[in-house]
Design a protein around this ligand. Structure first.
Ligand code: TEU
Ligand code: CA
Length: 534
């Protein structure tokens, strides 16, 4: 297929740099450590890596608070280390996608430092400043994602500034043409360095309603405890129509670099229409990252509902699916550890691109941490109501050794290595042909080399003709059809019988794709008999 279209159906492996590999022994992962371990990533059969932020940052939100968009934080290494990483990745046949957090910066970014000086400086309107109400209160009711109001009073300017996340993550004012241009210039800087694309953090948060209209309240039954932004519709603080034209400017820039791609993280109340708009007509984003399977429990009805909603999206929309990332509970825990492979198998059956999160190939469960170990401000602010994000951010386990081989024995890693991860370490699973790691390699290689799975059309199988705990999609092109079924029941001995004639009337010449490490369902004439986990 067209090389520039490589991202369609591709698998991206997400690396959280702090927790991947510590090469210099200070307890924090770094770029040199990533380079050292890229052969492991390449061995999985994935197409690309997505690197979470490694830019200069005070790390209040662990890099999602950028103080210099063109600098590598010294904690992670240098620009030369990054160049070496890109070269190593490309040598191994891996593309490199980097995170770009354009919506907000750190309050320690030089732009914000200048902006807050007074109301007339050259960067005075680069952020969203507003006068207090006559009673001294914030200009409106907007809430921040990590708790509290989305406004913080700055004593120097005697005004409030907007932040959708932490107070130290002020929102840039994208209505200002210079802000738009400055961020495009930053993107070009990284494209010139040879990156193959961007993952855009909260890509629907760039613009706000300049009239600062109050957000309407959410009906009580739709409020999610622990999610402060769910108390109101995110109608005016994010997702303004001006964003579409800006995404077109981003796309025009990317199109100067053939093969470069983009995936936008669309957060908020109702993603689907935004996903459609943001990927329409090949003139905006390439892929829309979806939250819909994050935290999924692997229930057949739940998966069916998600996929059914996605049918509304046009052919134009190319979703990017993930079961895990650095913000949510790991899939081996949400699906159940014994179903870690099944979870990835279902993921690999879907039309769209895929994201695998570091450690998912090992079947790592969510780490359990003591309150005193917590580092994530979101988890600390809202403890114990929310579990926070540290449980999915503990270090990778390379060896069954102290600190998992992530950092030297005797160094304290920034988050403790989870004891129960050690027996699942890479060197433990690597030599075993039937380990989860070995099976995931074969699964991803199968997906990567199968044109139907990568790019084929998808038809969701009607629940009425399937046993209720079986989930299925049909992938097809003009000639061939591939039926993907998963028995998601839990009870042992719960046999599900599926009549193939009902699913695919008149189909002939059946053959089954041997799935790595899974017993092939029994085919008795035109009847398929499946057990849980198949
Ligand atoms: O996350 C956006 C997002 O949806 C979060 O607000 C989410 O609700 C939160 O993590 C609780 O689960 C992105 C990044 O992935 C996240 O790590 C950053 O903290 C956030 O943006 C701000 O940049
Ligand atoms: Ca380090």
């Amino acid at each position: 297929h067209d090389r520039h279209d490589w991202w369609r159906g591709a698998t991206l492996y997400q690396i959280y740099p702090r927790s991947f590999m510590d090469a210099n022994g200070d307890g924090i992962g770094d770029l040199a450590g990533i380079s050292e371990k890229l052969d492991h990533v390449a061995s999985l059969g994935v197409d690309a890596i997505w690197l979470s932020p490694f830019f200069t940052s005070p790390m209040d939100d662990f890099g999602y608070d950028v103080a210099d968009y063109r600098g590598v934080d010294p904690m992670f290494g240098s620009l030369d280390d990054f160049r070496a990483l890109v070269e190593r990745a490309h040598d191994l046949g891996l593309r490199v996608i980097i995170d770009q957090v354009l919506s907000h910066s750190s309050d320690r970014h030089a732009w914000f430092q200048e902006s807050r000086q007074d109301r007339t400086n050259a960067k005075a309107d680069w952020y969203v400043w507003a006068d207090p109400r006559p009673d001294g209160n914030p200009p409106n009711n907007w809430m921040a994602a990590f708790g509290g109001r989305a406004w913080t009073f700055d004593a120097r300017r005697r005004q409030y500034y907007l932040h959708n996340f932490l107070p130290s993550q002020p929102d840039l004012n994208f209505h200002h043409p210079e802000v738009q241009q400055a961020q495009l210039d930053n993107l070009r800087f990284w494209l010139e360095l040879g990156v193959d694309g961007f993952r855009f953090d909260v890509v629907n948060y760039y613009f706000h309603d300049p009239a600062l209209t109050d957000n309407p309240p959410m009906p009580r039954e739709r409020v999610q405890p622990g999610n402060p932004q769910s108390y109101q519709f995110q109608r005016h603080n994010i997702e303004q129509p001006e964003n579409l034209a800006y995404l077109e400017r981003i796309r025009a820039l990317l199109d100067e670099y053939p093969g470069a791609t983009t995936v936008g993280e669309i957060a908020g109340n109702d993603q689907l229409p935004t996903m459609a708009a943001y990927t329409a007509g090949e003139s905006r984003l390439h892929m829309a990252y979806t939250f819909d399977l994050l935290g999924s429990t692997g229930d057949a009805a739940e998966l069916h509902d998600v996929l059914a909603r996605f049918r509304e999206l046009g052919e134009d929309t190319w979703p990017c699916w993930a079961l895990s990332n650095h913000d949510v509970e790991r899939s081996a825990t949400s699906w159940g550890e014994e179903r870690a492979l099944l979870a990835l198998t279902v993921l690999c059956s879907l039309r769209g691109s895929l994201c695998l999160y570091q450690g998912e190939e090992l079947g790592l469960p969510e780490a359990e941490l003591a309150y005193g170990d917590l580092q994530d401000p979101f988890g600390i602010n809202l403890w114990p109501e929310v579990k926070g994000r540290d449980g999915c951010r503990t270090p990778m386990v390379w060896e069954d050794a102290p600190n998992g081989g992530f950092c030297p024995e005797g160094t304290a890693p920034w988050l403790p290595v989870f004891e129960r991860h050690l027996p699942l370490a890479v060197t433990r699973q690597d030599p075993m042909a039937d380990s989860l790691l070995a099976r995931v390699r074969r699964l991803l290689t199968l997906r990567g080399g199968n044109a139907l799975l990568r790019q084929g059309e998808q038809t969701l199988i009607d629940r009425a003709i399937l046993p209720h705990r079986v989930f299925g999609v049909l992938r097809h092109d003009g000639e061939r059809r591939l039926l993907c079924l998963a028995h998601l029941g839990h009870a042992t001995g719960d046999r599900a019988e599926i009549c193939l004639d009902a699913l695919m009337p008149g189909a002939d010449g059946w053959s089954s794709l041997a799935l790595p490490g899974m017993a092939t369902p029994l085919l008795e004439g035109r009847q398929l008999v499946m057990e849980p986990g198949q």
